[in-house]
Design a protein around this ligand. Structure first.
Ligand code: ADP
Length: 711
């Protein structure tokens, strides 16, 4: 150990051994002392105390610098007294005195007489009348090849310290360097642990709820606890991204703060929101970014600010702002904690917002479900009712709670044949629709149209049953039936009598009858015939709907039917100056049809042509043979029928222009379709060349004709 030999070069063997042991003991004690403490100031004080004791120094100091050469920690002992808060005091020594020289030159030095060395900074107590000249030894403290401080020891008598003391002090300084490093590492890990603990605690607290207001409140509480500050506020950027709106705040002025708006970039909070990075402002009044208007409004005095962005999925969505710490100033740790909580807060706020949206969507769905005019039931795949809306309870007369204990088949709306065993016909996204009679407590059954299909609720397949009340429609059907039977029984036969009487009258009229009389009779005949056609079509419609077969089919010439039909509409067509002509050739085969019914089909199509075509237009009827069918068409140059409506006009009560167009019932074409299809033919509509409508239908050629054709 060269230092020790240097320290005791001329000693005898025994003395040298004793000295070596003493020094080893000293080093051992120093390293043990150093190892037993991790707080930097305690470490420094212990090192200094041991060093002083061993060289008989009356006072000593250690000063430690940060990476920028600024004093950060120190120890000062005079006699037995350990001084507090010495860093500032030693700063001067460091700047102008011996310690500074040692630090700048990175060199240990012994000063035998402080009164004769320029490097010694003279203080009042150096006066002769006070402590007078002394001797001093000062050595740099290094750690990992970096200068981190200086240790200085002072002996009250000049000339006591020599090179050996210097070597010993240097050795102690080296030990101290390691200890300082350890203490720093420890302090750093402590600091990180504190930050991590604060963040972990915040994370646990913030994510423990999904209610947005609670989340915001907890964020603020966590920050208040972690940073120990007066006020914490939270602002969120509005959806347009122009303004920061304060949503939550702690402290006595919180009510005034909530709802306050700052433009992006306005004030420290606005600046942080715009820049997306945190800021610490030690003295708000001196920062040009500070926006004093908020203080003016709230009457609060902001001194220092720590502000960090709240981020969600990489985007700044708001800011967290902490004001006026209870003790000291905001340090970089405060910003670290605030930024960390800002990231946590972003995710938590986003989750809470999504949850709120989900809840309101659920609420909306619930309202729609409950307010639906149709009774709706949700069951599992075993038929157990899981949900029932208000209308379901109302129509069945069973409370919702009771319904939830029942199965759907108890309500008698299952048609086993249609739904299949275990509702097997409802798989693969199929919707079933059928009529049933719903069980209703206390009253007779309710006729319903059932619409059943599979729905997914929270990822679990369920069945949805919409039970549309058909009572009114059923009543209407009954009314319609009653009306039709009234037409049949009470109108049909008297009308037949009128028609035949008019026919007889026409034949009985003498040759020289006044032409105006004749014409009046004609009008009466045609009008009654029209009424008769209408009643017949209505009755036919009903019978065809009930699948009644057509019994009175005969062979008939299509050309004849066409001319009779044209004749029937001629007066109306003439009144609109419309030209109705036939293009049917004379050599068409007979068709096999219910003559009266097909004539009415043709008249219906022609009447529509006349009705839906403007005056002075042209309507043509034609026919041609197509293999074993004859195709007949009625073409006009009116408005035509838009492609999307070409199927539905054949449905009952469909009218394309019910308000502004000519009057009608919307039954004519549905009668035509039923009649033609009952004859094994087809009917459809196309556009005519002029853009008007061209109705076409086919009918089978008469059997005899077919034989002739075949033979
Ligand atoms: P109605 O004529 O009594 O309304 P229809 O069943 O005969 O009932 O016709 C149904 C609808 O089809 C009519 O209301 C009309 O809008 C449309 N339509 C029928 N024929 C024509 C046509 N030739 N040109 C234009 N629209 C027509």
């Amino acid at each position: 150990m060269p230092i020790l030999r240097k320290f005791f070069p001329e000693s005898s063997q025994t003395i040298e051994n004793q000295a070596t042991r003493a020094t080893l003991e000293l080093m051992y004690n120093i390293s043990r002392e150093l190892a037993s403490a991790l707080d930097l100031r305690t470490v420094l004080q212990r090192v200094l105390f041991l060093a002083m004791k061993n060289v008989g120094a009356s006072s000593g100091s250690i000063i430690v610098m940060d990476a920028n050469g600024q004093p950060v920690e120190s120890a000062l002992i005079t006699g037995e007294q350990v001084h507090k808060q010495t860093t500032q005091q030693l700063k001067v020594t460091f700047e102008r005195g011996l310690a500074g020289w040692v630090f700048r030159n990175n060199q240990a030095v012994v000063i035998s007489d402080t009164s004769r060395d320029e490097r010694w900074l003279r203080r009042p107590d150096d006066e002769l009348s006070q402590t007078g000249p002394k001797c001093a030894v000062s050595a740099p403290i290094s750690a990992r090849d970096h200068l981190i401080g200086v240790m200085t020891l002072v002996h009250p008598k000049p000339g006591v310290f020599n090179q050996e003391h210097l070597a010993l002090v240097q050795a102690i300084s080296d030990q101290a360097g390691i200890a300082v490093l350890n203490a720093r590492l420890y302090a750093e890990s402590q600091r990180q642990a504190r930050v991590m603990t604060a963040l972990a605690e915040s994370a646990a607290a913030i994510t423990a709820t999904l209610k947005l207001d609670d989340v915001l409140q907890r964020i603020l509480e966590q920050i208040s606890q972690a940073l120990r500050v007066d006020v914490v506020s939270l602002g969120l950027i509005d959806p347009e991204g122009n303004e920061l709106v304060f949503r939550a705040s702690t402290g006595p002025k919180s009510k005034e703060v909530i709802g306050l708006r700052l433009m992006m970039g306005q004030g420290i909070a606005g600046w942080v929101a715009r820049e997306g990075r945190g800021a610490i402002v030690a003295d708000a009044s001196k920062d040009p970014r500070f926006y004093p208007e908020v203080d003016r409004l709230t009457g609060y005095v902001t001194k220092s600010i720590a502000c960090a962005p709240i981020r969600s999925r990489g985007q700044v969505i708001g800011v967290l702002e902490a004001l006026n710490p209870h003790e000291g100033a905001f340090d970089s740790d405060a910003l670290l904690v605030l930024t960390g909580i800002g990231s946590l807060a972003g995710t938590a706020i986003r989750h809470a917002q999504l949850f709120e949206r989900l809840q309101s969507a659920h609420q909306r769905y619930r309202e729609l479900f409950d307010d639906s005019i149709d009774p709706i039931l949700i069951t599992d795949w075993d038929g157990h009712i899981q949900e029932a809306n208000r209308q379901a309870a109302l129509i069945t007369g069973i409370d919702t709670d009771k319904l939830l204990e029942m199965t759907i088949d108890q309500l008698r709306v299952i048609d086993q044949e249609i739904a299949g065993e275990h509702f097997s016909n409802l798989t693969m996204g199929r919707t079933l629709s059928y009529e049933a009679n719903l069980y209703s407590q206390g009253s007779s059954e309710v006729p319903v149209q059932v619409y059943a299909r599979e729905v997914n609720i929270d990822g679990v397949p369920h069945l949805q049953w919409i039970l549309r009340d058909m009572t009114e429609r059923k009543n209407l059907d009954t009314l319609q039936n009653d009306l039709l039977s009234m037409i049949y029984h009470d109108l049909r036969s008297p009308l037949g009598n009128v028609v035949s009487s008019l026919d007889v009258m026409e034949t009985l009229l003498p040759e020289d009858t006044d032409p105006s009389m004749k014409s009046l009779l004609n009008i009466a005949i045609r009008s009654t015939e029209r009424i008769q056609r209408l009643t017949n079509s209505l009755l036919d419609l009903r019978q065809l709907e009930f699948d009644q077969p057509i019994t009175n089919r005969v062979n008939v010439s299509p050309a004849l039917l066409i001319s009779e039909a044209i004749e029937a509409v001629s007066i109306t067509a003439d009144s609109k100056n419309q030209d109705v002509t036939s293009e049917a050739s004379g050599d068409l085969p007979d068709i096999w049809a219910d003559v009266d019914m097909i004539r009415r089909v043709l008249i219906n199509l022609l009447e529509n042509g006349v009705k839906y075509t403007p005056p002075d237009s042209k309507i043509t009827v034609g026919a041609e043979q197509q293999d074993k069918m004859v195709m007949i068409w009625v073409k006009d140059n009116g408005l035509g029928i838009p492609v999307p409506d070409r199927e539905r006009i054949f449905e009952k009560f469909t009218r394309l222009h019910p308000k502004e167009g000519p009057k009608g019932l919307g039954l004519g074409l549905s009668f035509c379709r039923l009649a033609i299809e009952k004859h094994d033919g087809q009917i459809w509509v196309e556009s005519s060349e002029s853009g008007g409508a061209c109705f076409k239908f086919t009918l089978p050629v008469a059997v005899v004709e077919q034989d002739v054709l075949a033979g």
